[in-house]
Design a protein around this ligand. Sequence first.
Ligand SMILES: Nc1ncnc2c1ncn2[C@@H]1O[C@H](COP(=O)(O)OP(=O)(O)OP(=O)(O)O)[C@@H](O)[C@H]1O
Ligand SMILES: [Mg+2]
Length: 292
Amino acid sequence: MADGVGQDDRISLIQSDIWIGFPRAEQVLDRLQSLIEAPRQTRMPGLLVHGASGIGKTMIARNLSRRYAPEYDPMAGVTHTPLLLLQAPPAPDERRFYLHILAAVGAPATAIAVRSQNVASLEVRVIALLRDLGLRMIMIDEVHNLLAGTHREQRRFLNVLRYLSNELEVSLVCFGVSEAVDAIRGDVQLARRLDEHHLPNWRDDSEFSNMIQTLIAAMPLEKKSNLKVKSLRQILALTGGITSRVFSLVKDLAIDAIRSGEECITDDAVANWSPLWSRYAPVQRRLEQAGV
Ligand SMILES: Nc1ncnc2c1ncn2[C@@H]1O[C@H](COP(=O)(O)OP(=O)(O)OP(=O)(O)O)[C@@H](O)[C@H]1O
Ligand SMILES: [Mg+2]
């Protein structure tokens, strides 16, 4: 498989954040795709995708936004932007959010004239600009940032999200950690429009073993790895079922397998693996004992 591809190239490939499709992530993408393709209506349905930090929410959001990248239509002389991916501001601040939208669509939001506008005129400007883009979906990542505000600020911010989605007749999709769910339910009308999609931590089941197999198969190794069930359970225990940790464990082992010439991930390698933070713990202890 890796014929003609050098060790370094293979290691760089492993270290890059390329998308690896597994059914659970594809399911969310399918749901989002049917929302974005759905015919326009006044109350567009949306989705709230929630799960632990590192479960893979942003990767899904980015993947969809690549599939629906802006396209220039030379005949009409306009750029169609079906999907806008935004990050919620660090706290629920409408002004910052509107300025952020202007920057995201390439409007000169840094101009002093714009910066000094009040919230109401920023709102008008944002709606006018977004209307011209041919938007079908707005995705807001890190929606849990909402929790950094007071109850009142949270309500105001949710109101803005609902308003944007209604005015533009676009589907609203929010991504965040599960702690944000209750806050979003705080806006009853919005909650009614947002279906929930929970991404739970991985468990000891066939879904997890299939995901690990897909992941290992995506590693540019020359030999097939045949891990025992015991190793899969160990991976689960070491990572707490969090996707980002599972990925970094498997990627670490794949890099070790390339460097050592083993060219596959073995049960022994899993048994001897320790997370980066604990790998340096003995060194750290020695340093502390030496008063460093
Ligand atoms: N489908 C995937 N393909 C490749 N890598 C993935 C995938 N899903 C998750 N990962 C890995 O897990 C890491 C964390 O994923 P991501 O940033 O999407 O998590 P998150 O749920 O958005 O976390 P947070 O709530 O902290 O923002 C990614 O940087 C990537 O290394
Ligand atoms: Mg994220």
